[in-house]
Design a protein around this ligand. Structure first.
Ligand code: SAM
Ligand code: TMP
Length: 416
């Protein structure tokens, strides 16, 4: 496995929020940009960096120790499409519906979304005829949203772009962001942008993977370039304060393997809900600020990876066919760390047209359309998109009926 001999090299890293020392707890070694699914003729041209994570000794923010330049991750060909999951479409429809009924009821309200991708959330806002603007630098994804009549600005949200939006659109009643805020290392600039754009009584609502679930489920593959920060209620409360805001609500979400919705407002305008204090107590009990928690997590990660490699080697020795399912960004961490190539996992099936016909970043496993999964079924399928397991297992019910088995590695390596 890559990285383990390199444990100490992150020493001296400084917290991106408060500038104090970040203690590294896990090192996945040299990794490519996680969503750089390359054409066969581009293999080897991926951008590489050292993927390791640490915790700040002062503010407890869990973060990567190396930042990938944003243009390497989010560009014209960024292949992730939010609307590929029925469950996520329904989730974002409900999110939009709730915001429309609560925060967007005044005269000519405005909602701005940071990281609107293919318009999965704003579609519902458009249908309601409410003023909206999506901001996303990934051109092709933004074009898909625009083609549906959703208003999008192809740009990175930051202080400067927020100023321009505020000047042309006026104050936003809601700024929303899902699975994006944690991707942005330059969070100070985002908060200044939010400060410029948000109405005096407006709310900034964001959803991201929850550190508590990553630790308790040993979901180590949630650590990859795009997840620069792994938020907890405690660290979000602290950054909100640092930038002049207050965390007024936290709501746990059973999506993407465990997420949290945070609502932030200006001081004194909203009464914080009890949930914030409840999650803070729970996080203390879980030891989320305790370095020992992260040492155990790293140890369990190494054990899971060794176990998975042994299983895949045994299956190959027995002549079984093994494929991957879900060409996720997460899988890049696992595949590159464990050095799993097409000798152990012959191909990866995925429903995203933008990823099909390409190769997995770094390990160069071919990605094929999930429509071809059954022709013929393999003996085993390694479920990289384990966060969508209910949806995928239901869709691919016939695989198990035909004798196939799923391999999962979160929270531990097991077969179903
Ligand atoms: N919100 C969608 C969801 O939850 O499925 C998309 C999430 S996708 C993982 C992250 C998106 O954030 C990408 O479409 C990316 O282009 C966008 N993004 C990254 N940095 C951004 C920034 N500074 N401003 C706006 N969008 C950004
Ligand atoms: P995510 O975990 O980052 O959302 O990525 C999920 C990946 O899995 C994405 O590339 C689409 C793929 N996928 C399928 O191939 N089939 C499915 O039914 C679902 C829900 C996702």
């Amino acid at each position: 496995m890559a990285g383990s001999e390199n444990q100490e090299s992150g020493e001296g890293k400084r917290c991106r929020i408060c500038g104090d020392v970040v203690e590294e707890f896990i090192d996945f070694g040299r990794q490519p940009v996680s969503d750089s699914f390359v054409m066969p003729y581009e293999a080897g041209q991926e951008f590489f960096f050292r993927l390791s994570a640490g915790i700040c000794v002062a503010c407890s923010m869990v973060q990567l120790t190396e930042e990938v330049p944003r243009e390497q991750m989010f560009h014209e060909d960024y292949p992730y499409r939010s609307s590929g999951s029925t469950r996520m479409r329904s989730h974002f429809h409900s999110v939009a519906q709730r915001l429309l009924e609560t925060e967007l009821t005044g005269r000519d309200p405005l909602i701005v979304e940071i990281g609107s991708n293919d318009g999965i959330m704003l579609r519902t806002v458009r249908d309601a005829g409410v003023r909206h603007l999506g901001v996303d630098p990934s051109v092709r994804a933004a074009e898909l949203a625009a083609s549906e009549g959703i208003r999008v600005q192809t740009d990175f949200f930051e202080e400067q772009s927020a100023r321009k939006i505020a000047a042309s659109e006026g104050p936003a009643n809601v700024i929303f962001s899902a699975n994006t805020f944690s991707h942005i290392a330059y969070i100070d600039s985002i908060f200044r942008g939010v400060d410029t754009l948000l109405a005096s009584d407006g709310v900034f609502v964001f959803e991201d993977r929850y550190l508590g679930d990553i630790i308790s489920r040993n979901a180590f593959d949630q650590i990859y370039d795009e997840h620069f920060y792994l938020f907890s209620v405690s660290s979000v409360q602290s950054i909100a304060q640092t930038f002049g805001f207050v965390l007024i609500d936290a709501e746990h979400l059973d999506i993407h393997g465990g997420s949290m919705r945070y609502t932030v407002a200006r001081p004194g305008v909203r009464i914080p809900s009890d949930s914030v204090a409840q999650f803070l107590r729970q996080e203390q009990k879980m030891g989320l600020a305790d370095p020992g928690t992260y040492r155990r997590f790293a140890e369990e990660t190494r054990n899971s990876c060794s176990e998975l490699i042994s299983l895949l080697r045994d299956l190959r020795a027995e002549g079984k066919t093994v494929v991957g399912y879900g060409a996720t960004a997460k899988s890049s961490t696992l595949l590159n760390y464990c050095n799993i190539g097409s000798d152990l996992v012959s191909c990866i099936f995925d429903s995203t047209p933008e990823k099909q016909g390409r190769l997995s970043p770094g390990t160069h496993i071919p990605v094929r359309s999930s429509d071809e999964f059954s022709a013929p079924y393999p003996d085993y399928a390694l479920l990289f998109a384990w966060n969508h397991s209910d949806e995928i297992l239901a869709k691919e019910q016939e695989f198990r009926e035909a004798g196939g088995r799923w391999i999962l590695y979160v929270p531990t390596v097991h077969l179903i």
